[in-house]
Ligand binder design. Structure first.
Ligand code: PAF
Length: 282
């Protein structure tokens, strides 16, 4: 049966037992309220590793002062069931005080890769992500860790971080999982009213259209951005945060689509900020 633990000490003890038996460890860091997107990460982790740890922690450090930390959906019981039925072995669900003890003042931050896209509109976000993910890597000491391509900038940032800091963890990116009608799965989709849920389809529609443009040979970033922007603007409930084209490894803007390129969008549907993207290798 799956175990749910709340302290760093308990995680270390479990992992130490597995290591003694020579078992490999996969890790899926999450903020909970798990859906099929997370489940696909866990499935990959179960396939590649002898044991799998899932962390469920809504990390206060990666939320800005006006963001949705308080309202972020939580359901540990459902999360535990999903982890168990998918084959994970351990859920780590710490309280903020366990992760950020009194006097906490050390951070992991990054100069590059975080200036564009979500880093621009959420200035403290990636410092919070890098700090918590570093801490979780130090606690779980996994062989492999799994991140969704839905948060493509986060995936690039984490890859860079483990390279720069010589963290002995292999980072594995997994494809975006979508609802049947195209909307990328996200815990934040639960914020949407019926009308907003329908309006939110404009994100995936513009992503599919942009991808087709590039697949059909368009290499001018400005043209792809304009076509996608025009399409999103046809939806009255949508307000664009960004539509951008960047090099996937550096997250720097690129005028010409070449090499591994990330086309990413963030759009408010009402008060809910949603993201989506596609990656092409030209
Ligand atoms: O992608 C997320 O859910 C979070 O940013 C992560 C990686 C679990 C860190 O809190």
């Amino acid at each position: 049966m799956i175990k749910v633990v709340h302290t760093v000490k308990e995680v270390r003890e479990e992992v130490a037992k597995w290591r003694k038996e020579g078992l490999s460890v996969g890790f899926v860091p999450t903020m909970g309220y798990l859906h099929e997107g997370h489940q696909s990460l866990i499935k990959n982790a179960v396939k590649d590793n002898d044991r799998v740890v899932v962390s469920v922690f809504v990390n206060p450090m990666q939320f800005g002062p006006t963001e949705d930390l308080e309202s972020y959906p939580r359901d540990l019981e459902a999360d535990t069931k999903l982890c168990e039925s998918t084959g994970a072995n351990l859920v780590f669900n710490p309280q903020p005080e366990e992760m950020y003890t009194d006097g906490f003042c050390s951070f992991v931050d990054m100069n590059g890769l975080t200036k564009e896209l979500c880093g621009k509109s959420r200035p403290i976000h990636f410092r919070g992500v890098c700090t918590v993910v570093s801490k979780l890597f130090n606690i779980v000491t996994p062989d492999r860790a799994y991140f969704g391509q839905k948060d493509a900038q986060q995936l690039a940032v984490i890859k860079r971080m483990v390279t720069d800091l010589n963290t002995p963890v292999e980072i594995i990116g997994c494809p975006i999982i979508r609802e049947e009608d195209g909307l990328a799965k996200s815990s934040r989709n639960t914020y949407l009213s019926k009308e907003e849920r329908q309006a939110a389809l404009i994100l995936s529609k513009s992503i599919f259209m942009g991808k087709k443009l590039v697949e059909d040979g368009e290499r001018d970033s400005a043209k792809v951005i304009k076509a996608m922007t025009d399409m999103i603007n046809t939806e009255p409930l949508a307000k664009i945060d960004y539509v951008d084209v960047v090099d996937f490894s550096t997250i720097e803007k690129t005028d010409v689509i070449k090499g591994e390129t990330l086309v990413a969008i963030a759009v408010y549907i009402g008060k809910t900020r949603l993201i989506d993207n596609f990656i092409v290798n030209v």
